[in-house]
Design a protein around this ligand. Structure first.
Ligand code: ATP
Ligand code: MG
Length: 449
């Protein structure tokens, strides 16, 4: 007799007996639910028995043979579904529907994780919240994040990433956000989105969801693109529907620069037009927008400005995002976590404006640019040339397109030849910016400096 498949309801019942969810046999905790997922090079079904032996209470599988074997052995702890990934997503949606607390959905081209961490720091002054761990922001990470929520939580912050159309809409259909923030629209994942207009549309799916469901949007009024995207949607309201409530921040004149840099060392201090001073470990003008979002959302949810500023000041990034590292007499600004044309330009302009006697940049390829890669790397070359750095070091296949503007730059087709050169040419008393796409993992150069 063949084994029947479980409905989402039945599955949810089993999930409630479990202590958590894991998709990785190396991270099995006692009585968790193991979910077998398939990738290009692996099939989680093959690990179901191992997961159960390691302490998982149940294993969700989509391979009938594995479930038959489990049944025959008498353990009966495999839960058979048609598709493991879909079951995980359905389970997460079902679980999400059991909560009524605010769920903030957050997307954008750049700064999602940084902004999420800042918001989490601010809101945790007042609420017991759960925020996406690390960068678990895709079609698997978002369901796993939601399944970590429990009745003790009072608020959730869900990072949503996307590299193609309809992805944010889909993630919204699982996370059901009640509030949303788009950090910015920039040149990231141009290939999958089909150019910058595609990014606008794809990220705009968060506004679409919030609009259709009469939820709340937080909009940086200094960002003309986001403001326009919101206004475009206003046209589509029919009288019987209520459009999302929009919280524009800062409320003051959007054309006026709301901040000035007071000092940069040892910590960065900004002064807002209100006179309020904001201290941060985050260098880079672009991080101010990330902080503004956190302060605005903190204010909306009733966190006092003093506590919010303190939370922002306390946030210290790790994982190669805007990290300061001292190497001998050199100061390294390690921003090797990722790069795309917008974040690269922001980082270079910021670095160019930073006072230092001698400045060097070590920059790697920007990935996922498709047909626009040559032009974007060439444009980057031009920007670097205009910035007058003392030393320019480029690595990666497409960085060769930047060379046309940079006759004096050192170029390496891969990071290994870069390592050798850096080792043979020690730098001293130099400020060094390191940035490239994740695939370049340029943090690997730091030990050689
Ligand atoms: P991912 O798509 O990998 O999840 P993310 O959107 O979560 O990235 P972060 O991890 O917060 O982004 O930041 C990655 C890098 O993007 C930072 O190190 C910085 O260089 C850059 N960045 C951060 N905020 C901004 C911003 N507001 N505008 C432009 N670039 C930014
Ligand atoms: Mg992220």
């Amino acid at each position: 007799m063949s084994i029947g498949m479980l409905s989402t309801e039945q599955l949810y019942h089993k999930f409630q007996e479990c202590t958590g969810v894991s998709t990785d046999t190396r991270r099995i905790t006692p009585d968790c639910l193991f979910v077998a997922l398939k990738g290009d090079n692996f099939d989680g079904n093959q690990f179901a028995e191992q997961a159960l032996a390691s302490g998982a209470r149940y294993a969700l599988v989509d391979d009938a043979a594995v479930a038959e074997r489990d049944r025959a052995s008498g353990t009966n702890r495999c839960l058979l579904v048609a598709d493991g990934l879909t079951a995980l997503q359905d389970l997460a949606r079902h679980h999400r529907q059991t909560f009524t607390f605010p769920v903030i959905g957050l997307t954008g081209s750049n700064g999602k994780t940084t902004t999420k961490e800042l918001i989490a720091g601010v809101l945790s002054k007042k609420y017991n919240l759960y925020a996406t761990a690390g960068n678990l922001n895709n079609h698997i990470g978002v369901p796993l994040t939601l399944l970590s929520l429990n009745e003790q939580h009072e608020l959730a912050i869900i990072e949503m990433g996307a590299n193609h159309q309809k992805e944010i809409a889909f993630l919204c259909s699982i996370a059901l956000p009640t509030h949303g923030l788009i950090t910015n629209i920039g040149k990231a994942h141009l290939e999958g989105f089909g150019g910058i207009e595609g990014v606008r549309k794809g990220k705009g799916e968060l506004y679409d969801y919030l609009a259709q469901n009469a939820k709340t949007v937080f909009i940086n009024s200094r960002d003309k693109t986001l403001t326009a995207m919101y206004r475009e949607r206003l046209k589509d309201i029919r009288s019987e529907t209520t459009f999302a409530e929009a919280i524009f921040y800062p409320a003051a004149n959007p054309d006026e620069d709301p901040i000035t840099l007071v000092s940069e060392s040892p910590v960065v201090v900004y002064r807002a037009t209100s006179g309020q001073e904001i201290t941060t470990h985050l260098p880079g003008r672009y991080n101010f927008d990330n902080m503004l979002a956190a302060l605005a959302i903190g204010d909306y949810f009733g966190v006092s400005p003093e506590e919010a500023s303190r939370a922002v000041a306390d946030y210290n990034p790790t994982n190669n995002r805007s990290q300061h590292v001292t190497k001998g007499t050199n100061m390294v600004l390690l921003d090797a976590y990722n790069a795309n044309p917008s974040s690269m330009a922001a980082a270079i302009q910021q670095f160019a404006a930073t006072p230092a006697k001698r400045k060097a940049v070590i920059l790697g390829d920007m990935y996922e640019l498709g047909d626009e890669s040559e032009a974007e790397h060439a444009a980057l070359g031009k920007l670097i040339a205009e910035s007058n750095f003392d030393l320019v070091i480029l690595a990666g296949k497409d960085m060769r397109f930047a060379l046309a503007y940079l006759p004096k730059a050192y170029y390496f087709p891969d990071k290994f030849s870069l390592h050798n050169w850096v080792m043979d040419n020690p730098m001293t008393n130099t400020h060094i910016l390191i940035k490239g796409s994740r695939g370049m993992s340029l943090e690997s150069v730091v030990p050689f400096i």
